[in-house]
Design a protein. Structure first.
Length: 285
């Protein structure tokens, strides 16, 4: 008796730039887990402190920001304890920045794998988002411990109902970094100089976001230029993050809607560019 094998899918050129082949992505979920594990092992394999760097980096950054911007520069933190204010901004910003910078070089960093074996290419940037989510979770734990410490010390802050938007805020940070990163990754296949500018550009972008100052302070001191900061899509995300956990920050449904719209637009554009470049990027990388 002849037995005919059944195939769940066939490898063929995408009919549409928006064709993500999510069925294949789900089928390769084990590969996603392996890639996430690879990121941790390769990054911390030869380090002495290992995963403790998850805590050290935001903690030392908070100390430096508190000393320079809080004490020397005297920048307002809306009445919140300075370390708590900066830790909130750093925790949120680090997740977005890590997703952006690592996704922006996904073609260049994985050209060897892409050129030898087939798998849904979207798996690679998704693995970056997931692995960074684990790191974000560890840093969130540090932030929550700091909240408990300052609460027991008598500091004045309060949790608001906006905390229920936390899953949406994390999703927006991930998708914003993913979308922008895929756009840059597509461009770096031809223009290598962009890879050198990404890290530097992300650091500059942080100062145009409310990581080291509240949005209210920007409008009070520099009203003519504050609109630039307000239209940065990461600004409402960080402001709502602070407002939910600490009770201070600028929250409005309009700003949340704006951040969601910009994130969606960048993600869709990133998907189109990513799908277009993945067809022939091996010839240029």
């Amino acid at each position: 008796m002849d037995h005919q094998e059944e195939y769940h899918w066939t490898i063929e050129a995408k009919a549409s730039l928006f064709d993500l082949k999510l069925t294949e992505v789900w089928a390769y979920r084990d590969l996603l887990i392996l890639l996430v594990r690879r990121d941790f092992v390769s990054f911390y394999k030869q380090t002495i402190l290992g995963p403790l760097w998850f805590f050290i980096q935001p903690l030392f950054t908070t100390i430096i920001f508190t000393f320079i911007f809080g004490n020397l520069a005297g920048i307002s933190t809306d009445g919140l304890p300075k370390p708590l204010f900066y830790m909130a901004g750093i925790t949120a910003w680090n997740y977005f920045a890590d997703c952006l910078t690592k996704t922006s070089t996904v073609f260049k960093d994985n050209a060897g794998i892409f050129g030898k074996v087939y798998f849904p290419r979207l798996i690679m940037p998704l693995s970056i988002v997931v692995s960074n989510l684990v790191r974000f979770g560890v840093q969130m734990l540090l932030f929550l411990l700091m909240m408990v410490y300052y609460y027991l010390s008598g500091a004045v802050f309060h949790i608001t109902s906006a905390i229920f938007l936390f899953p949406l805020i994390v999703t927006l940070m991930a998708l914003l970094g993913l979308g922008a990163g895929m756009i840059i990754s597509a461009m770096t296949t031809k223009y290598r100089d962009l890879a050198f500018l990404v890290t530097f550009g992300v650091q500059l972008l942080m100062y145009a976001t409310t990581v080291i100052y509240p949005l209210s302070e920007a409008f009070n001191k520099y009203p003519d230029y504050a609109w630039i900061i307000a239209y940065n899509p990461m600004t409402p995300i960080i402001e709502i993050f602070r407002y939910g956990f600490l009770g201070e920050g600028s929250f409005s449904w309009g700003s949340l809607g704006y951040a969601t719209a910009v994130t969606t637009a960048l993600l869709l554009f990133g998907i189109v560019i990513f799908n277009k470049v993945e067809r022939n990027f091996v010839d240029t990388v």
